[in-house]
Ligand binder design. Structure first.
Ligand code: USQ
Length: 391
């Protein structure tokens, strides 16, 4: 298939591009390297330095014989988007090319406006571009479980059947996002649903939970094919952060009471889920939503699991409850449905002791690269514009 991987230089995008290329699909990676710029702004580096994209693609070709093309450009430039889609006529578009961090978006007005403009305008340009150049193409969009927030009712997969004053309808599940970043994805979802309803587009919104992990089948093939693994307070997801904290012997940073519960998944399962979506496209006019995670944990449960992995590895891991920099519920009901990907055949890589031990061992190998200043959270939800100068 002809597959576009938008944001193919990133944590999820690069392994995804290799995964599809390995199956023999024709892959074009699109990126504007904005993530590398955001890292430079805040003095943040991934655990292991990531070679430039062209070098990684060259290495991939050398190791596997598979070619991948690179197109450098910004999705907020509609001419770039239209030319890209006209030239390549993709059958599937996997869209990761967004600012992915809640704390980044909460640094102040400038970063909130940037996050929403970048994410929403880029996606909107794609919707128009698809309608214009490749209307039958399947649009696979990385959304987030954080669009729903933590409601006191069960979370359905995208849609909710309601009965109100004796009448029935099917509506998008109510959203209660927890940051301006998560809200950007809510707005994207609304725009995509509208494009499906009005233009007959086919789309799948993957509402993904926090991802953990460092390796995939392809990253292991040769040196230089690794992905960008963040452990810092801005781009690092909680389990990846805890692994690094355990590895360097600093206390785990549980925010507040630690009862915050989310649906998590292994990086390897992100690839599997996206592949299942590509191989089972939605119908024309269908806005399909998959809740993309495999297991639910509270932050406290994750901390306990890391502590146990630490003692198996001979590390004493201390768990600290620090003041929560976010405004979020720390004890709440959480029951999110996630059966649609399983129905398509997802075989999860669960967070077993063995999986945890392996990740901790890999992270420990690079412990000398860790910048201890990137551990404690710096962005406060209540600070409004005041954080901008603090960073
Ligand atoms: N947390 C801690 N300690 C830390 C870091 C985080 O207790 O050191 C807590 C947070 O307060 C939160 C939970 O862990 O309650 C998850 O935080 P996270 O930073 O792992 O995840 P989040 O900010 O929600 O964002 C991440 C990705 C984002 C994706 C989202 C899926 O960065 O791209 O959309 O996970 S979800 O959380 O389901 O919305």
């Amino acid at each position: 298939m002809r597959v576009l991987v938008l944001g193919g230089d990133g944590y999820l995008g690069w392994p995804t591009a290799m995964h599809f290329s390995a199956r023999g699909d024709e892959v074009v990676i699109v990126d504007n390297f904005a993530k590398r710029q955001w890292e430079l702004e805040d003095g943040i580096e991934p655990l292991v330095a990531v070679p430039p994209l062209h070098r990684r693609v060259g290495q991939w070709e050398k190791v596997t014989g598979h070619k991948m093309l690179i197109r450098v450009g910004d999705l907020c430039n509609h001419r770039f988007v239209y030319t890209l889609l006209d030239d390549f006529r993709p059958e599937a578009i996997i869209h990761y090319a967004e600012q992915p961090s809640a704390p980044y978006s909460m640094q102040g007005r400038e970063k909130a406006v940037y996050t929403q403009t970048n994410n929403i305008v880029g996606t909107l340009n794609l919707l128009f571009g698809i309608q214009h150049s490749c209307p039958d193409c399947h649009f696979i969009k990385l959304g987030t479980m954080g669009e729903y927030g933590t409601p006191n009712i069960d979370i359905e997969e995208g849609w909710l059947d309601v009965e109100h004053n004796g009448r029935k309808d099917r509506v998008l599940f109510p959203k209660k996002a927890g940051s301006f970043y998560h809200l950007s994805k809510v707005h994207d979802s609304n725009n995509i649903e509208f494009a499906c309803r009005v233009w007959g587009m086919r789309a799948t919104d993957l509402n993904q939970g926090p991802v953990y992990g460092i390796e995939t089948e392809q990253t292991e093939l040769a040196p230089g094919l690794h992905t960008s693994f963040h452990y810092d307070d801005v781009f690092g997801t909680v389990l990846n952060r805890f692994l690094v904290q355990a590895a360097i012997g600093v206390p785990l940073t549980v925010y507040g009471a630690g009862g915050q519960t989310r649906g998590y998944l292994n990086l390897r399962d992100t690839l599997q889920c996206v592949e299942l979506a590509v191989d089972h496209p939605s119908e024309r006019g269908e806005f399909r939503v998959f809740n993309q995670f495999t297991e639910q944990f509270s932050v406290n449960q994750l901390a306990e699991m890391i502590k146990a992995a630490g003692s198996r590895a001979g590390l004493g891991v201390q768990v600290n409850h620090i003041e929560n920099p976010r405004v979020e519920q720390e004890k709440h009901y959480y029951n999110a449905k996630h059966s649609k990907l399983a129905d398509l055949g997802l075989e999860p890589h669960l967070l077993t002791e063995q999986a945890m031990d392996r990740m901790l061992a890999v992270v420990r190998r690079h412990a000398e690269n860790v910048n201890p200043k990137a551990i404690l959270p710096r962005v406060r939800w209540l600070a409004g514009d005041k954080t901008e100068e603090a960073l």
